[in-house]
Design a binder for this molecule. Sequence first.
Ligand code: UT7
Length: 323
Amino acid sequence: MTLKAVIRGCGAFLPQKVLTNEDLASMVDTSDEWIRERTGIRERHIAGEDEKTSDLAAAAARAALDAAGMAPNEIDLIVVATTTPDLTFPSTAAIVQAKLGIESGAAFDIQAVCTGFIYALSTAEKFLTTGQHKRALVIGAETFSRILDWDDRATCVLFGDGAGAFVLEAQEEAEAGSRGVMNSYLRCDGRMVDLLYVDGGVSSTQSVGHVRMQGNRVFREAVNRISEAMQRVIADAGVAVADVDWFVPHQANERIILGVAKKLDLRKEQVISTISGQGNTSAASIPLAYCAGVDDGRIKQGDLVLIEGMGGGLTWGAALLRA
Ligand code: UT7
């Protein structure tokens, strides 16, 4: 019996508060023009003081369950990709489980920063296709605003808060047809920790710390590594770039997104971009963009979707899905 992990629904949640480029220009030495030209970002959402990562995650999960027509208690696995957990422990996934009123199954977090959703999806797919679990919530959720240095213009203009979720279900091949997660490719090179990291943590400083990034060096690494991951995941799945319907990238920088699309001969019209209104929401950006594509009718059942991400670690990866 061959099992596949089929996407039954997706959901998104963005906090109400919006921070525009103009707002930022009154806080640090920057301008709307610089931010738009260098990144493509116009505004981003920021979590309220009482809004935690688990609140954003639970709201996105509820929306995904609604889209799937499923009740919370049908879920037996929750994987949350986050760099900004509510607490050092327990996992944000455990807190989300309780918020959804789910009393059984497994729940854990995955930490691969902006590549987190690809790592989480790939992990959940393995749990489902081995038959160990039946239905999973895979969530990318971040309150990245909490780890920003609001005096550092090189980083504070880039990020935003939000959450996106997939409901995945294990289905036998006869039922799934061609649908499901087809392939994924995950990589890490820990020698490049210094390019993108947070200068604090439990066992080093006993504090949370702030994001530090050598942006232009990360930019150069991103274009090469993401393209390589995309080419590998396509080749390993036995399909061609021409078969891909939609490209749903991690939303770090519009120039990176369009650069890798061009390298692979993907058309601009195939790119689903949410960066202008959301900024970089780290692990949440891929499911948020995917949901935008589903909600506005671009991504339809049966479409071939290519996703990719890159972040601290450095980590990077890509996956190919049949919607
Ligand atoms: O999601 C995780 C992965 N992250 C990424 O993939 C991010 C990758 N990096 C990037 O997206 C880009 O490198 C940035 C958007 C972060 C920066 O763009 P850049 O074109 O690489 O600029 P830069 O860092 O080389 O800086 C150019 C100039 C510098 O001034 P000087 O030295 O030329 O005088 C910076 O000080 O821009 C200056 N600068 C700013 N100016 C106005 C840096 N940040 C700002 C700012 N406003 N916010």
